[in-house]
Design a binder for this molecule. Structure first.
Ligand code: AMP
Length: 560
């Protein structure tokens, strides 16, 4: 250990813990009149937000919530969710943001595993809650969240309805200091294999993540997504990695915030127009839905900056959004990373390049943000060169990564093997530090002795004019180990078959961008591609579907 100079603090010096309550102080200072908006139901200013957080803290405390308890929320994106993201951790409890899009069995599993003691339930989920209530092992009390307080809803052990409880509570609460390493939030990975795993974040981590995101998105000139005059609307659910942490950032900076409730593309476009939204974030499939919305036809979205993460951003989607005036910026992260790790960034050299080159870099996962360390390793754990060529597993260090999986020490130790967080993603790093995600390790297609990136193939296929959506997976093949298989949704008025797709891909093979083994010998033309609970391509479900179709020789399969 180095003998550094550590000076004990002066007597009485305040030891400032990094707590979520600190994030609530500054917003109102910047603009007292800025509003938090919930659909067309409610709008209020920052001083009211602060007051409502105190009221909620009083309600929860009176209901028996104690420091260390887990309080779960089942809601669509709302001002109530924002209030919970503050009040619950601020009284020392842990907010469990339930993924309401999981199956009832998985929701039940996560609630029992997280040891939820209190649950705030939106009236839309009352039926679902009642169906699982008999199997919940730790829940003691419930609170009702509703847009229509006049309608009654039956919930077991109900404390009351949120708005009436808040109205009756005191607007003052003395939030105590406590250890910044206390857990503040927890939620579950979407778990494509086995049960979802619980990740968790401390106050300190969330404060640092908030500062990190503000720096990455607010201070780097080629990114510049977020300033105090922006109008924020999440389009990544608040249950999915706390809407990527942006509600904390927006509140700290005092932005006007717009919460859209349950996502309906037509309504999102209406809210965007009405509230003059300038900043959002979402996964690619949601953006695709927005662009396809009736209300989006003929709209110019000029001035709307959208961060795209959660899945690779392909060139076709980037171009389609750009044609509509949307400025897209790719970012990378995962549930385990809080989530933000990197954001697309163009240095002066790249800025001076061709438009095509700039697009190439705008759609990559980008440069790790301040305080983030990224490296790539081979299967034996050796570090690989950052030369833009070598491919290996991306491993990370940052002060806001989950330090394990709740109550699963073995899985946590695997996540952190060798002192680095293992992402399960294959990537290259270049000398500038740009991360290029090549694929999930388990989605890489191993065929004819070569490794093919399903993401590369999806990107190239999506450039065909007839293709509206595409997913590529590897399917077991007795001769080649695996063969790529493409699922396509075709644009209206267009047609394509396996032969036409081969013709489209051939030039990329000739240019050396693609291995000849990457040309799918079979494709399926479908009306919809299965998605996970957070709107990503559900490759596990797709593989199951394909083997069933192949067994039954379905008519929508097209073979070379
Ligand atoms: P989740 O934990 O559900 O948020 O999923 C995280 C995973 O999404 C990562 O491990 C990546 O495989 C994928 N992902 C996130 N951002 C990107 C990106 N910009 N490009 C490619 N894949 C991404």
């Amino acid at each position: 250990m180095l003998q550094t100079r550590v000076i004990p603090p002066a007597e009485g010096a305040y030891q400032y813990p990094l707590l979520i309550k600190r994030l609530l102080m500054s917003g109102a200072r910047y603009e007292k009149t800025r509003e938090i908006i919930y659909r067309d139901q409610l709008r209020y200013t920052y001083p009211t937000l602060i007051e409502r957080v105190a009221r909620l803290a009083n309600v929860l405390t009176a209901a028996g919530v104690k420091a260390g308890d887990t309080v779960a929320v089942m809601d669509w994106d709302s001002h109530r969710y924002l209030e919970c993201m503050f009040a619950i951790p601020m009284i020392g409890a842990v907010i469990h943001t339930i993924n309401v899009r999981l199956s009832p069995e998985q929701i039940l599993y996560t609630m029992n595993h997280a040891e939820d003691r209190f649950v705030l339930v939106n009236s839309e989920f009352v039926g679902l809650y009642q169906a699982i209530a008999g199997h919940l092992t730790t829940v003691e009390k419930t609170l009702l969240l509703t847009d229509a307080p006049e309608k009654t809803a039956e919930l077991p052990n109900l404390v009351g309805e949120y708005e009436s409880l808040l109205a009756a509570a005191s607007p003052q609460y003395q939030f105590e200091d406590f250890d910044e390493n206390s857990v503040a939030t927890t939620f579950y990975t979407t778990g494509t294999t086995g049960n979802p795993k619980g990740v968790y974040f401390t106050h300190r981590q969330l404060v640092l993540h908030t500062l990190g995101v503000s720096t990455i998105m607010g201070a780097i000139d080629s990114v510049r997504l977020l300033g105090t005059n922006d109008v924020y609307m999440p389009i990544t659910p608040m249950f999915h990695v706390h809407a990527w942490g942006l509600p904390y950032v927006a509140t700290m900076l005092g932005l006007k915030q717009v919460y859209p409730g349950r996502y309906d593309p037509e309504y999102l476009v209406e809210l965007w127009r009405r509230e003059k939204v300038t900043f959002s974030h979402c996964v690619p499939t949601i953006l695709q839905m927005l662009l396809n919305a009736k209300a989006a036809q003929g709209s110019d979205f000029g001035g709307w900056k959208i961060v795209i993460g959660g899945s690779a951003l392909n060139r076709a989607l980037y171009e389609a959004a750009k044609a509509k005036g949307i400025q897209l910026t790719a970012a990378y992260g995962m549930s385990e990373t809080g989530p933000l790790v990197s954001c697309a960034h163009l240095n002066d050299e790249l800025m001076a390049g061709s438009e095509d080159e700039r697009t190439t870099y705008r759609i990559k996962a980008g440069v790790p943000g301040p305080l983030v360390e990224a490296a790539i390793i081979d299967a034996e754990g050796n570090f690989l060169p950052a030369d833009g060529e070598a491919q290996g597993e991306l491993v990370l260090r940052a002060p806001w990564l989950t330090e394990g999986y709740f109550n699963e020490p073995q899985k946590g130790a695997e996540l952190w093997e060798g002192g680095w967080l293992h992402t399960g993603d294959v990537a290259t790093l270049d000398s500038m530090g740009v991360i290029d995600i090549r694929d999930r390790i388990k989605d890489v297609i191993k065929t004819g002795g070569e490794w093919i990136s399903s993401l590369d193939l999806e990107d190239l296929i999506s450039r065909h004019v007839a293709v509206r959506e595409v997913a590529v997976v590897g399917i077991a093949d007795p001769q080649w180990g695996e063969r790529p298989f493409a699922l396509l949704v075709i644009r209206e008025g267009h047609a394509i078959d396996a032969r036409e797709l081969k013709e489209h891909l051939k030039p990329f093979v000739e240019l050396g961008h693609l291995s000849k083994w990457a040309i799918p010998s079979q494709i399926a033309l479908v009306t919809e591609i299965p998605k996970t609970s957070v709107g990503k391509l559900d490759k596990k479900r797709i593989r199951i579907d394909i083997s069933e179709w192949q067994a039954s020789n379905s008519t929508f399969l097209s073979t070379l």
